[in-house]
Write a protein that binds this ligand. Sequence first.
Ligand code: AHR
Length: 498
Amino acid sequence: MEQSHIALHTAFRVGPVDPRLFGGFLEHLGRAVYEGVYDPGSAHADEDGFRRDVLDALRRLRMTGMRYPGGNFVSGYHWLDGVGPRAQRPTVRDLAWQSIEPNQIGTDEFMTLCHKMGWWPMITVNLGTGTPEEARNWVEYCNSPVGTRYADMRAANGHPDPYGVRLWFLGNEMDGPWQIGHVPAEHYAIRAQQAAKIMKDTDDSIELVVSGSCNPELPTYLEWDRQVLEYIGSYADYISLHRYVGNEVGDTLDFLAVTNSVDRQIEAVDAVCRFVQGKTRNHKRAYLCFDEWNVWYRARTPKDLDGKGQFAPHLLEEVYNLEDALVVAGFLNSFIRHADVLKIANLAQIVNVIAPVMTCGDQLLIQSIFYPFEMYSKRREGVSLWPVVNGPVYEGKTNGRATFVDASAILNRNRLHVFAINRHLDEAAVVEISVGDRDLIDFEEAELLTGPHAQAANSFESPDVIRSQPFAEVRLNCGKATAELPPLSVTAMTFALA
Ligand code: AHR
């Protein structure tokens, strides 16, 4: 393939990369909580019943925040069911996933988990069957000093100090007809505004994410966001975006070009935020929060979505391959390129349910999508630089024209991280990297993720088919770098700048 060129300049700064772009999402769904992070009967259980092996694997991802407890689940969830003495907590039916929820993990256990993992807790309130007052009471339970009812309840449950949960989500996917309590935009806007006011009255330091249109294919796309933002005004610190993508027709090249439409989705929602800010003459604008994103299309049949009245059923147990890992890297490139407006993102999800980590009994498996997240997350500190990629292009059938090489870059003082995906199915990409105003003076290290073919995947029997490895094939010459990236690969490279 003809050479590609990634051109950078340290003055072309998109914005600081918010560490919250590297968040996760844990929902009471399938085997995510029970048999996932929490399994007191496992040989790996720690003193609190959390699985050490799962937590150790997740630690490698250096996730910063964790969204909880749903997802669709939250729209029928009452947080009071999940606090207090465990023996007295009710077992209830979860109608979102038709499962049994014993409430053995609730707010306090989630906070313990966040504490162990160094995650910022991020809570979604129930605006499906829940009331604004219930949402506000949850803020008091989590954040208020003792002296009033719910803060005292927290203290009585063994936690006198407030948890200080800063980020709260006003419901989940409320424009989706499948959502419990789904309503038209104007109804949701009223409900969200009522909740927002009393939540912020309870703790004015919190930040709120309004539920945006959750899928570019729905008729509500963008129009919902406009209506809700116009009504709720300054209460909206962020608006949420969701996106699940898949290769339903087996067209790898087109699938890999889906990054184009992730870019477009971010830019379109950003345009709505700017439009509303202009129209309402507000000094404040809402920023973007991509609080659910991933590849998810195989484990989406009716049997994958229906828990059939079981406890911890096998739901959404997607098996990930190499091309999925490249798409996950593509999402991250897009997020970094939009660091000026996108402040938060949560990989959905973390274990067993559309997840980088799977368990089977006491065994643990790292899936392909784990690696790009790990490779990017460990190099995330700094400022995003706008990458201009010149080189061979192809035409994706539905996602349009794409360069074979997709890139992003983060500058951290004199250190530069460059992330490059080679989407070519069978040809290496020779890539030249240059920084217009500075020389690259040292190649520090790099990691590569590739595999035998696009559909290659890890399994409990063969766990190391897809894994990242050190990459040394990078040369420096006259202040520029050249690397030969294998076909279907993701590379993260770190350089020192003059
Ligand atoms: O992450 C799985 C589900 O996908 C979430 O519960 C919901 O918000 C989305 O539709």
